[in-house]
Design a protein around this ligand. Structure first.
Ligand code: PLP
Length: 376
């Protein structure tokens, strides 16, 4: 069976974990955490970064930092992972769901302004498959209406919008290092803070509502409880693991892009004959090869293709179920009459193909040949 995902290990993980253990400080915010922060800030130009235990946690920190509370509205695409909405619902926000674009599962920027009301506090955008949303359009709308922008960049490490790193454009950004992402630490995440006014408070929320970070830096002579917060920081064991992956980032990305290009080249004939649609990468966006997906015509064809591939030993999977139709949301939002046809279209028709570092060219060829066989 060709799996859908296989976590890639660089071989240095346990060396660095051993080093962290030998350093004698294995709680968070130590040697390897600092090395990771420096790497991210230097490599991608984020103003300030904080490692978290997951992208979900980074999004929760964003919701706290933006003071989201009961009565606030937050715009979130429906075609995304649960956490993009959940982090804001937990703070009491009402979620206003946005539809996806016809040419790409990302948020439909042109329809954004219709969703804004006097209560809108933030827009969360998702760079689906690591491909940028049109951030200039989004930041313009946000600025005009005085709204914050959070980039859910969970899938978007090392990907760019007009030369700017994703996660560095919105007021705040969130990355994931879950084992299904390009760069991993099992579970793990990163909050990026690009607006100076959030920097000081972000460190406090990160450290259980205390000013312990300032204390470590010698800025205050004792630390105590000064704000809300939680324990959002990972231990040095996680940071050490992550650092070994960061050192291999260029190789990992190069290999993934190579496999992605191979998929695209091999399946292009099926797109030309009108059987499937392939991913669209707008001119302002780069491709970090987080995911290779294809779009079938309808749900029946999608399901029978997945079943056909499985019979041939290939694990392909569908992706998100529109959040506006989820059990939880329909329970808490009873009068919900959202019509989001593109989100439903991707819910029904999108298929993700195996994509991981150790996937071979021969396997990609086998997968694309099998898909062609299905369409004959
Ligand atoms: C993976 C993912 C998340 C969740 O990341 P965790 O680190 O597992 O919390 C959130 N949003 C998107 C778009 C994702 O792909």
């Amino acid at each position: 069976m060709i799996p859908f995902n296989k976590p890639y290990l660089t071989g240095k993980e346990t060396d660095y974990i051993k080093e962290a253990v030998n350093l004698g400080k294995i709680s968070g915010n130590g040697y390897f955490t600092n090395k990771c922060h420096l790497f991210f800030e230097e490599q991608f130009g984020f103003k300030k970064t904080l490692l978290t235990t997951s992208c979900t946690d980074a999004l929760e920190m964003a919701a706290i930092l933006l003071n989201i509370k009961e009565g606030d509205e937050v715009i979130v695409p429906s075609y995304t992972f649960v956490s993009s909405a959940l982090a804001f619902i937990r703070q009491g926000a009402k979620i206003v769901f946005a539809d996806s674009r016809a040419d790409h599962p990302g948020i439909d920027e042109k329809k954004l302004e219709n969703l804004i009301s006097k209560r809108t506090k933030a827009i969360v955008v998702i760079h689906y498959a690591g491909v940028a949303c049109d951030m200039d359009l989004i930041m313009d709308v946000a600025q005009k209406h005085n709204i914050f922008v959070v980039e859910d960049a969970a899938q978007a490490i090392d990907s760019y919008y007009n030369g700017k790193a994703l996660g560095s454009i919105g007021h705040l950004g969130a990355f994931s290092f879950h084992e299904t992402k390009n760069i991993i630490s099992g579970e793990g995440g990163l909050l990026t803070i690009n607006d100076n006014s959030f920097i000081e408070r972000s460190e406090i929320i990160w450290e259980k509502g205390t000013n312990r970070s300032a204390f470590y830096k010698g800025e205050v002579d004792k630390y105590g409880w000064v704000d809300t917060g939680s324990s959002f920081l990972p231990s040095e064991i996680i940071s050490a693991f992550l650092y070994s992956q960061l050192e291999k980032l260029p190789e990992i990305q190069k290999k993934r892009v190579h496999l992605w290009d191979l998929y695209y080249k091999n399946l292009r004939s099926l797109e030309i004959q009108g059987s499937i649609k392939l991913p669209f990468i707008p001119g302002y966006a780069t491709n970090n090869a987080h995911m290779f997906y294809i779009i079938a015509d309808n749900v029946m064809q999608r399901d029978s293709l997945i079943a056909f591939l499985k019979k041939k030993g290939i694990l392909a999977v569908f992706h998100y179920l529109s959040l506006h139709k989820s059990d939880y949301y329909t329970k808490i939002q009873k009068e919900n009459k959202d019509e989001l046809p593109m989100a439903d279209h991707y819910t029904d028709c999108l298929i993700r193909l195996p994509m991981f570092y150790e996937l071979t060219e021969q396997q990609v060829l086998f997968i694309t040949d099998t898909i062609k066989e299905f369409y004959q």
